[in-house]
Every structure is written in structure tokens, then in C-alpha cells.
Ligand binder design. Sequence first.
Ligand SMILES: [Zn+2]
Length: 152
Amino acid sequence: MENSRNIKKRIRYKDNEEEPATRQPMVLSERHRRYIRYALRRANDAPDQMFRLGCVIVKHCAVISSGTNNMKKTHPRAIGYDYPFLHAELDAMIGVDADILHGSTIYVARQRASSIGLAKPCSFCLAQMRKFGIKEVYYTTYGGGIEYMDLR
Ligand SMILES: [Zn+2]
């Protein structure tokens, strides 16, 4: 049965990868919720309070890194993409050894003024996650839902 939510959007990346399908977990364990809450707390550390996103990278049930988006910074690899400022995902990935990133899980959350917002990773961040072998990403949706993408 084809669920319309799971039909892949035929968006092509700059490196010709196809966007992974977004999925809604059947059951979301407390462990995943805890890391999403952690990412939300990190979102509140974002220097630009207008655009608060936080990211946590987890491997073997341990937080290995976290980050926030930053409108005042960018990254050489992000130049040429639509939003070339430093995204929370990249901020969290910077400085972490590639072999540690490999097989990890990323959680991204967006805090809006009085609600939770959509934190779906952009094509640039998804390409970086795939490049480093990150296996899946969980992110908040409008109204506090959680979706994920399997990147393997
Ligand atoms: Zn991004």
C-alpha cells in the first residue's frame, strides 16, 4: 500500500542523490524522544533567537556532539546552497572524526516562538550526513511531531 506521505519527492541534489523518503515512526521510543528534547534545549542556545535549531549526534546510546544553527557563520562546503549559513547539523558534525560519525544517528529540532517547528534537514546537510555514513536522522515537524529518514 502506498502511503502518500511516503512517496519520494523527486528532488535532485547537486550531487545527483535522490531525497530519502520521510517516514513517521510507528512507535517512537523514549530514548528517541529524550534526544529530541536535548536537541530542543540546544536550539534555545542558538545565537539568533529568530531561527532556533539544535542538533544532537548519538552513537551507541551516547551523545557525541551537539550544535546550533548560526546565521552569522557559514562553512566553505555550504557556499552555493540556498541557505549558506552554518546549520545546526553541520555545526554538530564539525570536529568529529569521520569514523565516529559513521553509523551514528542525528536528531534535529526547531524551536519557534511558542511552538515546535519543522527541522527537516536541507539537501546540503543530508548530503553531508550521507557522505559521513550517518545512518538515520530524526527531526521535529510542525506542532511537535517527529519524522525520520533512513540514510543507508
Ligand atoms: Zn541544512
